[in-house]
Ligand binder design. Structure first.
Ligand code: NDP
Ligand code: MG
Length: 387
């Protein structure tokens, strides 16, 4: 931190859905946050408008040609870096106090590792990274609350656990809206299209996580994310469907007290809590519908693992550990891409992932490099299966 009370941010994934929630918080509280650096893959138009508005000192486009074009369009007004190889440099730059990991995919894994080693504060939305790298990056966390979960359910659990000891946790529950197909039969699910899967009933998110929410794989990935973040055995981490999407997470303690964390479903709220910790910001500055709990919107259901087999697969993976989390993430990424391109059906997403999990006969990863190698193996295997 600098002497002033302003937190200087580096936002990785600035042009995306979570990135826009983070930037909304920055707009509301210019006295609390300044933008040191921004990173995206290749969305030049959005980045140009962010540069004009926030005047970052450094910008990284991980796509080289996007970086060159951006350079030619803005001249010397800020330093434009290009290529994924510069991500670690950006995430460890001494000019930023807090790094927001809000990119999609797994390309920021080693940058996350290096940012923790550099003792940066981190707000983490990118769940794929922690699922693949958890066993190797979590031991790098030096201070309580150095790693602040931004994913809404994990942010909720994190808030419930404040002032509590992990050994007193009996179970945690992550809520799922149930996605757009919650009430569909298996027969109907066979023929749903990418356009239908792309319409989430509650959250407006990037394309990959929206499809993962329709298959419930998002909740499965989140179970493993929670095991890593809160160091919990898989038997203590549960998913529950809550269509009202007002309760985001619950913790049951050994004395059978249950804490629920609830708020209006808007990613700006968990973003603000993570970014400003330990302070609570005055978020009444954004106009959100009034928070209103009624018996009607406080319903919970068991997830149906027959209609949503991806969640079952992720639960198996959570129990098995070893290479399986990386296999799951890699296979899901490719299967979802193939579904979006119309190459496989919605229900075949789970079939492809199961086949990838079953066909792995290698050893357990002993370090992060090996886990990333297994992730790549799963991608290649899934590509073959989707052909
Ligand atoms: P989006 O698809 O909306 O945005 C992705 C962002 O990542 C864009 O800024 C994109 O840049 C950038 N990006 C893509 N590839 C790279 C790369 N190799 N290096 C650097 N930046 C890259 O995704 P979301 O915002 O929906 O999700 C981001 C992450 O947060 C995911 O891991 C998701 O699971 C998680 N998450 C999302 C939530 C949500 O509400 N959306 C909620 C909780 C977690 P460009 O635009 O140039 O392609
Ligand atoms: Mg979530």
């Amino acid at each position: 931190m600098t002497n002033s009370s302003i937190t200087r941010l580096c936002i990785i994934g600035a042009t995306g859905s979570v990135g826009s929630s983070v930037l909304k918080v920055c707009r509301l509280f210019p006295d609390k946050f300044s933008i040191h650096s921004l990173c995206a893959h290749k969305n030049i138009e959005t980045m140009l408008s962010l540069i004009t508005e926030f005047r970052p000192k450094k910008v990284l486009m991980t796509d080289h040609s996007a970086a060159s074009e951006l350079r030619s369009r803005i001249g010397d007004s800020c330093q434009i870096m290009g290529g994924l190889e510069s991500l670690e440099e950006l995430a460890t730059d001494s000019g930023s106090d807090q790094i927001i990991f809000a990119s999609s995919g797994t390309q920021a894994i080693t940058a996350l590792q290096k940012a923790l080693m550099a003792n940066k504060n981190i707000s983490l939305a990118n769940k794929e990274s922690i699922v693949v790298a958890g066993p190797w990056v979590m031991p790098l966390v030096r201070r309580q609350d150095q790693l602040r979960p931004l994913d809404s359910e994990h942010n909720a659990i994190w808030q419930c656990l404040r002032g509590e000891e992990t050994k007193t946790v009996k179970r945690i529950f992550l809520t799922a809206s149930g996605g757009p197909f919650r009430n569909m039969s298996l027969k109907e699910l066979e023929v749903v299209t990418p356009v239908m899967a792309g319409k989430h009933p509650v959250w407006k998110m990037g394309q990959k996580i929206t499809i993962d929410s329709a298959t419930l794989m998002n909740k499965g990935i989140e179970l493993i994310e929670a095991m890593n973040l809160f160091e919990l055995h898989h038997s203590k981490v549960k998913a529950v469907v809550h269509p009202g999407s007002l309760v985001h997470g619950m913790v049951e303690f050994t004395d059978l007290t249950v804490k629920l964390m609830a708020s209006y479903p808007d990613m700006t709220l968990p973003a603000a809590t993570a970014m400003a910790f330990p302070e609570r910001l005055d978020m009444s500055r954004i106009s959100l519908p009034e928070f209103n709990l009624t018996p009607l919107n406080l319903c919970f259901e068991e997830p149906d693992l027959v209609r949503f087999p991806c969640l079952g697969l992720a639960m198996e993976v959570a129990a098995r550990g070893g290479p399986y989390p990386a296999l799951l993430v890699g296979a899901d990424e490719i299967a979802v891409e193939s579904f979006i391109r119309g190459e496989i059906s919605f229900m075949q997403i789970a079939t492809v992932i199961r086949k990838v999990l079953e066909s792995y006969s290698g050893k357990d990863p002993v370090d992060l490099e090996e886990s990333i190698f297994i992730l790549e193996w799963a991608r290649n295997k899934a590509r073959l299966l989707c052909k």
